[in-house]
Design a protein around this ligand. Structure first.
Ligand code: NAI
Length: 718
């Protein structure tokens, strides 16, 4: 394809000033392959944006793997292409992308620095203003800046399975290149508000129905579809920036604000997206777009966006702990799940959904049938909620065996135990599994609190033993703690991470300690809340404060919801090793002794009317706390938040210092994905860096002073 005669023409690149050789392909006018001559000699680089013309149709091809993100080079390439296509007197320009997707968003690594020119809004404006009409030819996921670029084009054509979205809200931002100003002008105000404030994706056919696309095609390639569209295209429509969109009534805006505020639990970006989208109904584009841009840039520096961008990156990094080195995961095709109760059934369903064969083992025929029924009802629930089709559900069931005979586990690559939380019962299960399974088959326990080293004592080949701590409901909760025993082979840990990925979970590596990472921090959280209670705060004050911080629920409402009995059993278990000088709050024990085990028993920290889950403050609890000699100190909402957060951060610090967690990101991802810590706060350790360690240090000193002999202060806060 290369015209050899052209090789050897030197040009200076205006961007990098390296010496270039220009090589043209047949019919290609702009450069497509560039040879750079620098200090290391000659190197071939592929252009991010290539433009060529054939029969008057200019094709602008973007090739910026992996997802064609709108980097500086890509923006510059597109801007150059606008001029090039006009200079070539093209009749039309088709913009399409190589690889698995059209432009799928911005390059978030660029968000930490001031934006480098050319700005995306200017690039899009140049496309929209070009005398040559542009057609966006789309496939894959058209997100953020990609969707905004498509809205600058005169026409939009997409393959059927293309998805569209403005997900900036998920990283604490609003769209910054006209997205909130063009989308309502394209598909209507209400539909645009839905997409900008939720960040959700929409399928091509739905966008077409809203008027957002000119054609949806079943062609093999988006470029082909766009060429076909061009032959029968309608007249060039009015540019979106010149269109009008409907204003909403005052009461509709008020309702939207209330709904969004309730749903976003303290996160501000959905409200900013609402505000920006409404601007399109209140002012012309040329005023609204700069305002949108200014807000977008300001939000890049907000604590909320920093936290959400941090979570975006570390959620990927957390699955690569240093201990894995180059270890490769083993293949997993068959899983034995022992125990078909609440957790076992959820784990089995999750594995089935991931395409694995599952054998569910129970203690007797009756419990085996019940376990099978539990899995069936989870599958039926998924069918009812249209998560899977009936046909798929039947396929899943074919991959499930159940019974009491350990022969069922004989060919399994891994066994996950989820029987009663009882050391002897668990030990017996693992002995039977070890006798039946291959000597290298992985043995995993889902225990929450029992030391897995004790559970696995005496098992042959202990390097295959591991903890896989799922969270309830196991088929829904994102978090999986992978518990490394001293003897666990890194390959077995790598297999745990690979399994988590198949189950679409965020896995975090933890060492062995009481409660692992998450429940250990939860215990510190509850302990400080109880101390505040005994110093004068009310359960309702503490719950309200933690909700104001962004938790979905406060600690007492949550205990009532999940039941007080598991924590009660734990406190009894820990009694023997609890330092006698540690401050101990007996309220929860006394509630349990009085049969107040939470919502299911009609009362716990609160009382509940029949058939209602609304917690009602109860004089009984106030009197009980007072009878134990509670103080009269008054705490502000911020005071409660600061002290509880200090206790949480302190415990996180100790967990890292003890080597239970490798990194701060491990602690953060456990709390965000398993314990409702607000994502937009980034996790406790990230939050500590945001508010500053000096502040946390001072708060922790107060925590320790209020409850002497009760806290080990982490080195980080000393
Ligand atoms: P569960 O009581 O609902 O289920 C336990 C199941 O194990 C029962 O169906 C029982 O028949 C079966 N079983 C008991 N002994 C057996 C044996 N020898 N062989 C085969 N099956 C046997 O309990 P749940 O809540 O499912 O908990 C199971 C495990 O998961 C416990 O270790 C618990 O600590 C852990 N876990 C529980 C969480 C929760 O929120 N419930 C969260 C994370 C872990």
């Amino acid at each position: 394809m290369v015209c050899a005669s052209l090789i050897g023409q030197y040009h200076n690149c205006v961007h990098c000033r390296n010496q270039l050789i220009k090589i043209n392909l047949h019919s290609v006018i702009e450069w497509s392959i560039i040879i750079i001559k620098d200090s290391k000699g000659y190197r071939q680089v592929k252009q991010i944006v290539t433009t060529y013309i054939q029969d008057g149709i200019a094709v602008v091809c973007v090739n910026n793997p992996p997802v064609n993100a709108t980097s500086t080079a890509l923006r510059q390439g597109l801007l150059d292409a606008v001029t090039a296509c006009e200079n070539m007197s093209a009749k039309v320009v088709i913009l399409y992308c190589e690889g698995p997707t059209f432009i799928a968003g911005g390059d978030m690594t660029e968000f930490n620095a001031p934006p480098a020119p050319p700005d995306l809004p200017d690039v899009i404006q140049a496309i929209e203003d070009s005398v040559v009409p542009w057609i966006a030819a789309m496939h894959g996921t058209v997100l953020g800046g990609g969707f905004e670029i498509a809205m600058g084009c005169a026409y939009r054509v997409a393959l059927t399975n293309t998805r569209f979205g403005l997900p900036e809200v998920n990283v604490g931002l609003i769209p910054g290149a006209g997205g909130t100003q063009r989308l309502p002008r394209l598909i209507g105000t209400n539909a645009a508000i839905d997409l900008t404030t939720s960040g959700r994706m929409i399928m091509a056919n739905d966008l077409y129905d809203l008027g957002g696309l000119d054609m949806v095609s079943d062609a093999a390639k988006a470029l082909e579809a766009a060429k076909a569209f061009y032959t029968s295209r309608p007249d060039r429509p009015t540019a979106i920036n010149l269109r009008k969109c409907d204003a909403l009534s005052e009461s509709a805006i008020k309702d939207l604000k209330t709904q969004i505020t309730l749903k976003s639990k303290g996160q501000q970006s959905p409200l900013h997206c609402l505000e920006a989208t409404l601007m399109a109904t209140q002012m012309p584009f040329k005023l609204g777009q700069p305002k949108e841009r200014a807000l977008h840039l300001a939000l890049r520096n907000s604590a909320e966006s920093r936290a959400l961008r941090y979570v975006f990156f570390v959620e990927r990094a957390v699955s690569k702990p240093a201990i894995l080195g180059q270890s490769k995961p083993r293949d997993i095709a068959q899983v034995a799940v022992v125990g078909g109760g609440l957790m076992g059934a959820g784990i089995a369903f999750s594995c089935l959904q991931a395409g694995l064969n599952v054998s569910l083992l129970e203690q007797d025929k009756d419990t085996a049938d019940k376990g099978f029924d539990r899995v069936c009802s989870l599958i039926d629930g998924a069918v009812k909620r249209a998560k899977i089709t009936r046909e798929n559900a039947d396929k899943l069931l074919k991959n499930l065996q159940f019974g009491t005979d350990y022969n069922l586990a004989e060919n399994a690559d891994i066994a996950i135990e989820a029987v009663f939380e009882d050391l002897e019962v668990k030990k017996a299960v693992f002995q039977q599994l070890a006798d039946m399974m291959r000597p290298d088959a992985i043995l995993a326990t889902n225990t929450s609190y029992i030391d897995p080293v004790e559970i696995m004592q005496g098992i042959s080949n202990p390097s295959r033993c591991i903890g896989l701590h799922f969270f309830s409901p196991a088929h829904i909760m994102k978090l999986l703690e992978i518990v490394r025993l001293p003897a666990t082979d890194p390959e077995v840990i790598a297999t745990g991470f690979a399994l988590a990925k198949r189950l679409r979970k965020v896995a975090v590596l933890s060492g062995v300690c009481d409660g692992f990472i998450g429940n250990r921090i939860l215990a510190a959280y509850r302990r400080e809340a109880d101390y505040l209670l005994m110093d004068g705060a009310k359960p309702g004050d503490i719950d309200a404060a933690m909700r104001a911080f962004g938790m979905p629920m406060g600690p007492y409402e949550l205990q009532d919801l999940t039941g007080l009995q598991i924590a009660w059993a734990n406190r009894k278990r820990q009694a023997a090793t609890r330092p006698p000088e540690e401050r101990y709050v007996k309220v929860a024990d006394m509630l349990c002794e009085a049969g107040r085990l939470g919502q299911r028993s009609g009362a716990g920290w609160y009382r509940y009317d029949e058939n209602s889950r609304t917690p009602i403050p109860d004089q009984y609890v106030t009197d009980l706390i007072r009878s134990l000699g509670a103080g009269q100190q008054s705490f502000s909402q911020d005071g409660i938040i600061n002290l509880i957060l200090a206790a949480i951060i302190n415990e996180g610090g100790r967990i890292i210092e003890e080597g239970i967690a490798e990194r701060a990101i491990d602690v953060d991802m456990v709390m965000v994905n398993g314990y409702g810590f607000p994502r937009w706060r980034g996790g406790p350790m990230h939050y500590a860096t945001e508010i500053g360690l000096e502040q946390v240090r001072a708060d922790m000193a107060q925590v320790a002073l209020q409850s002497p002999n009760s806290w080990v202060v982490s080195d980080m806060l000393k």
